[in-house]
Design a protein around this ligand. Structure first.
Ligand SMILES: Nc1ncnc2c1ncn2[C@@H]1O[C@H](COP(=O)(O)OP(=O)(O)OP(=O)(O)O)[C@@H](O)[C@H]1O
Length: 790
């Protein structure tokens, strides 16, 4: 390590270099600012003089064409200037960041066969020297920069478009630069960043996620730069940097494919709306635009028309955790079954049968009268070519109906209602018709009776306007009733003999429950993918072909069925799935595979992250002890205090003890403190009890942001987020018991960065039996104020 002694020669050289680079950045900024100013003025001028520079002449056809060309040219000129201005502003934004911290790392690389080694300085973006020839700073995403993350000093290599380049890293150095001034530097040995990483991880939690470019770890770098996999699966333990890797990967892809890929072509599915805003600052911090971000709920919601009521995954979770409803077991069984691919198979078979019989159609009515009955439509449909796909056949039906409408339109024009309706027209419509007639007469030699012509035109307009919504609906295939058709699967449909084996035991009960829901246009969370899949298969998929990359965070919470649906909806997308099998908290995960299960891993490229960076080593040791395969989780060596278990004898003692703990955490300077409960109901109770005494916020499924301070939050909403200190408000024996609750408990505890305290009324959750006693401090409170350490 190079000591940060100011008299050291190397230190001086490095310090001077920082200043030189910052000076060059400043120079570039000045020149860009003046370019930005010119461009801005250009844009204003062009806008102001737009019509002056366009030759407007629409008298003759030739002149009209010329005018159009002139407008187009002027518009293109304007957008080119605006685009350039946008690019200059973006570059200025990046330079502003670089002015503060031009680079964070360096490697000296001696390429095989070369005499002289290259000093590669690595930062957020590239900076060229004054002559625009050599790189003063390399973008962290440049091919050569990958060696910084991949290798300790010694033999190293990297890939370029022209092939592989190998050589030796002779020096690897990290810098701490603030406000354009060198504050410290470290030469690193085997792993990069332990020094810096220690410092970064020791910081307070933030309500916004930060970028990790200066301390990306080797295994994370493999994920970020993977270009081969069509489907890349990342299994990473809690706090191993999956989300971080995903976001830096987005930035990497945007850089690597900057000619062809834009941020709108990338979608990230996040676990909850809170997470959306938590990660929203990372890409802008890296100088890139944010990708599209949504929850799977938002996505499914968009696929349905407004008349449906869609249950949220969190409502389903509450149902599951509360274990109270009469139909509890049947519904839980439905959650398992409807998550599975055999259920998709059942729907597929049903669709096959519908090709020859059974689709439910709607009557087509116009002004209260049926003009085509559902039987007529059905008859027409089932005489179309049976080998064609159903959506194509429906298209033919739609054309046929539209043809019938043309006939109807002619007839309707003569009806009395048309004239009556035309009287209701606005004055503007009359003027319009009048004008249309005048325009027509300019080209026509015929002299008609104006009055008749006007009436004819009015009638045409009235009927066309009246039929317009109907035409639109027919084009949308609204003459099919997908919901009623789907309901048949749970009511009249005879399940085929070969399907019976795959059906769940309580199938009949499930059918009754499903139909009851569907009847009221209520889609439970487990029913939504099945219904949407069915509807799209029937009416046609409007696949999102523009999307090139799909990122699914918390992928363990998606069912195989949901994944199959996504593949159909995003047919050309590459996918990056990131998750943690230990954090699978939805009911289906107990019996059905998740996307991280073995079977899926065989088919796709898979990477593993086993090191946990978020929590201190004592917290990681504590949490890994109660997870199966927990021994595979490695803590990053960051010290901290051991977790606390506070066991109170009676319910009444709980609140007081929790308040003491909060106070303690606040006094110790923790800025974000989360009280994590299992269900919303528990959280609400806790919130109501604490509210009179402190500033506290309750996070519900609608919450989009959170502020520093104290929050109460159910574990399933805290997914993906972290806090300085976490208090598990009820770790009692009865509260966390079954296997999914183990995962929920693990998820809750692993949200803690620096401190973790658990409270129980009476003995704690049986999961804690597996934790060695020395890994936590166990206090028992027998009477108020009477402590006893176990
Ligand atoms: N290479 C790194 N350098 C600095 N910080 C890192 C690095 N990797 C991860 N971290 C930090 O560790 C914490 C956890 O990271 P992240 O949220 O990406 O993990 P995760 O695997 O998605 O977690 P979980 O599944 O538990 O939600 C964050 O504070 C992140 O900034």
């Amino acid at each position: 390590m190079v000591a940060d002694k100011h008299e050291d020669k190397e230190w001086q050289q490095e310090k001077e270099r920082v200043t030189e680079v910052v000076d060059e950045i400043k120079r570039k900024m000045i020149s860009l600012q003046s370019r930005a100013k010119d461009l801005r003025e250009d844009v204003i001028d062009i806008r102001r003089e737009f019509w002056e520079d366009v030759t407007v002449n629409i008298e003759e056809m030739d002149d009209k064409i010329e005018t159009e060309a002139s407008i187009k040219q002027q518009q293109e000129f304007l957008s080119e200037r605006e685009r350039s201005h946008g690019q200059v502003s973006e570059r200025l934004d990046i330079l502003r960041r670089l002015e503060d911290k031009p680079y964070f790392g360096r490697i000296d690389f001696l390429e095989d066969g070369q005499e002289e080694e290259k000093n590669i300085y690595i930062g957020l973006a590239s900076v060229l020297d004054k002559e625009e020839e050599d790189f003063l700073v390399y973008d962290w995403r440049a091919p050569i920069s990958s060696m910084y993350y991949d290798y300790p000093p010694g033999p190293a290599q990297y890939d370029t478009v022209d092939g592989n380049i190998s050589g030796e890293i002779t020096l690897k150095r990290q810098y701490v630069i603030r406000n354009g001034d060198l504050k410290g530097m470290f030469d690193t040995g085997l792993t990069i960043g332990d020094h810096l990483l220690q410092a970064v991880l020791g910081n307070q939690a933030s309500t916004k996620m930060k970028s990790i470019v200066s301390t990306i770890q080797r295994e994370q770098n493999q994920i970020i730069r993977n270009e081969k996999a069509n489907v890349l699966i990342v299994q990473g333990v809690a706090g191993s940097g999956k989300t971080s890797a995903a976001l830096q990967r987005v930035a990497y892809l945007l850089y690597r494919y900057r000619e062809t890929l834009t941020s709108e072509q990338i979608v990230l599915f996040s676990p909850n709306p809170l997470f959306n805003s938590y990660v929203a600052t990372v890409l802008p911090e890296l100088g890139e635009d944010n990708m599209q971000q949504m929850t799977f709920y938002q996505f499914l919601h968009r696929q349905l028309d407004d008349s449906f009521q869609l249950e949220t995954p969190f409502e389903q979770m509450e149902f599951y955790l509360q274990k109270q409803a009469d139909n509890y077991e049947a519904r839980v069984e439905a959650m398992h079954y409807k998550a599975s691919l055999p259920y998709k198979g059942l729907i597929d078979h049903f669709l096959e049968r519908l090709a020859s019989d059974g689709i439910v159609f709607r009557n087509i009515t116009f002004r209260g009268e049926t003009i085509l009955t559902k039987q007529m439509i059905e008859e027409y449909f089932y005489q179309t070519e049976g080998t064609l796909a159903i959506p194509d056949r429906l298209e033919q039906v739609a054309n046929w109906i539209l043809h019938q409408l043309k006939q109807l339109e002619k007839e309707e024009r003569e009806q009395d209602w048309v004239l009556e309706e035309s009287e209701l027209l606005e004055k503007a419509d009359y003027v319009d018709v009048h004008k249309a007639l005048q325009d027509e007469s300019r080209f026509s030699e015929d002299t008609f009776d104006d009055f008749d012509r006007e009436e004819e035109l009015l009638r045409k307009r009235v009927v066309a306007a009246k039929l317009r919504p109907l035409r639109k609906k027919i084009k949308q295939l609204a003459f099919v009733d997908p919901l009623k058709t789907f309901r048949k699967l749970f009511t009249t449909e005879k399940v085929q003999a070969d399907e019976i084996d795959s059906l769940p035991e309580k199938w009949e009960e499930i059918c009754a429950l499903t139909d009851e829901h569907l009847k009221h246009k209520y889609l439970s969370w487990e029913d939504a993918p099945g219904y949407i899949y069915f509807e799209k298969s029937l009416l046609g998929f409007d696949a999102q072909r523009a999307i090139q990359h799909l990122f699914i965070d918390e992928a363990q919470d998606y069912t195989p069925f949901q994944f199959a649906l996504m593949k159909l909806m995003f047919p050309v997308s590459r996918m990056t799935l990131l998750g943690d099998i230990n954090q699978a908290i939805y009911a289906h995960a107990l019996r059905e595979e998740t996307l991280l299960s073995e079977k899926w891993q065989e088919k796709h490229e898979r990477m593993e992250l086993t090191r946990s960076y978020r929590s201190t080593a004592p917290i990681v040791e504590f949490t890994k002890s109660f997870m199966p395969k927990g021994h595979l989780i490695e803590p990053f060596e960051r010290d901290g205090d051991t977790p606390i278990l506070m066991e109170v004898e009676q319910q009444e003692m709980l609140i007081g003890k929790i308040m003491d703990q909060i106070e303690q955490y606040e006094q110790d300077g923790n800025e974000t403190i989360a009280l994590i409960g299992k269900t919303m109901e528990q959280c609400e109770q806790m919130y109501q009890q604490l509210k009179p005494y402190m500033e506290i916020e309750l996070m519900t499924q609608e919450a989009h942001t959170f502020d520093k301070g104290i929050v109460v939050i159910p574990a399933y909403l805290a997914k993906g987020i972290e806090f300085d200190a976490v208090i598990i408000t009820d770790a009692s024996h009865d509260n966390f018991q079954d296997e999914l609750e183990r995962n929920l408990f693990y998820t809750a505890c692993t949200r803690a960065m620096h401190h973790l305290a658990l409270f129980s009324i009476g003995s704690p959750t049986p999961f804690m039996d597996d934790i060695p006693k020395q890994q936590y401090r166990h206090y028992k409170v027998h009477q108020i104020g009477n402590y006893g350490k176990e």
